[in-house]
Write a protein that binds this ligand. Sequence first.
Ligand code: BGC
Length: 497
Amino acid sequence: MTSQETEIFKSKVTVYVFACWILAAFGGLMFGYDVGISGGVTGMDDFLIKFFPNVHERKLHAAESNFCKYDDQMLQLFTSSLYLAALVSSFFASKACTVLGRKPTILMASAFFVAGAIVSSAANVNWVLILGRILFGIGIGFGNEAVPLFLTEIAPIQHRGAVNILFQLFVTIGIFIANLVNYGTGKIHPHGWRISLGLAAVPGLILFIGSIVITETPPSLIERGKEEQGKAALKKIRGVEDVDAEYHQIVAACEQGRQVKQPFKKLFKRSMFPALFISNIIQVFQQCTGINAIMFYAPVLFQTLGFGSDASLLSSVITGLVNVGATFVSIYLVDKVGRRKLLLQASVQMLVSMVAIGAILLVHLGDTGTLDRVWAAVVVILVCTFVMSFAWSWGPMGWLIPSEIYPIETRTAGFALAVSTNMIFTFIIAQAFLSMLCHLKAYIFFFFAGWILLMGLFALLLLPETKGVPIDLVEERLWRQHPVWKRFFKNEEKVTA
Ligand code: BGC
């Protein structure tokens, strides 16, 4: 069989398989809902009075500079604690994914998430609130591990990028819905915050039902020795009877995989370095774009710039919409123009946006002044151009690329490590951004711009194109032909050696 033949297998998009994609993608909605909900909740007075009275006091009486109004470690911890739980749990999720399969892991994710919604919305004391955050976090750790893998594994190769990006699309929809919910519940006293946190149960429940309906992925079944079921699942999701070619390819990949007993140890072998490096540095870069400074704290950020609270909220709704819309661009383009071109184009657009925002704030926003209307509008537009380019590049590619560059034997372990790196850096940004804003002031945007420059160079020099490369040809096509990565392979050495 030639390489070309291994690439495109016969498939039809049936209603069932489409339903599987959409249901699984609700895992993204869970994640996005949480990204979007916590910033708004921490801004609600009722919530602050109940759990963080000191912060509320400070908020009322402090006469601080623009950039320092919201600098508070406890407040940031509320947002960030969840990511610590997600970080730890992604390793257990990796084990669950390998031993039990992707489907039960998704089921567990949704159960934890629903539990988190119930506990945190019913909380009356701080430790119960934190317990709720931890349950949410475990749900996210499990979901973010299993869902992108699931989507990548059930997608026909020619649509793999687009199907995987459904996860990111639902993340952005989740963020947007959360912004709208907060807008409504912020007016409901004193329990609006409970509704915000409790409504997280809705995507959790949909995913729960979804995880019963969806099929297990063929690679996961075959990897666990259930060849016949794997073949039947493959026929079902491809909508055709003749799946032999693809089936044999998966079986061969799994056979190699079975020889590896300790995937985490294998991850640190020399031949695995390119995948390990790329999948993790992409996570660092994704977070160091500064995206979550905007996603978590957009309302606070816009207030910092002197907007009134309604204008701030409206601006965050606008950026939320742009985030959703631009993700469609990615879905449309990713399997046509490839991953690298999107990343490169976006790096330039993000760099220009960040530098321009920083410059405007430096020149036009003093420590205690406000921006005039025209400059304020320009800043909102620049935030939009920034968010839009993130949404068609580093956002979705952060989940797509790590799910398609590992061989099967290290895939769940490698992906788990990438998920935790993402969570560590999400945690750091969530925990540090408001303090950094206070200390660096407008220069914080140049700080992010510096990172964006670096990641653009990375995409240019170190990232091979992964579009259309089948799993079993990753080593041959990506690493062995790359001027830098080929050094990690001796001529005769195989990835599984
Ligand atoms: C990132 C999140 C971010 C979101 C924004 C995701 O890819 O992992 O941290 O909040 O994109 O849309």
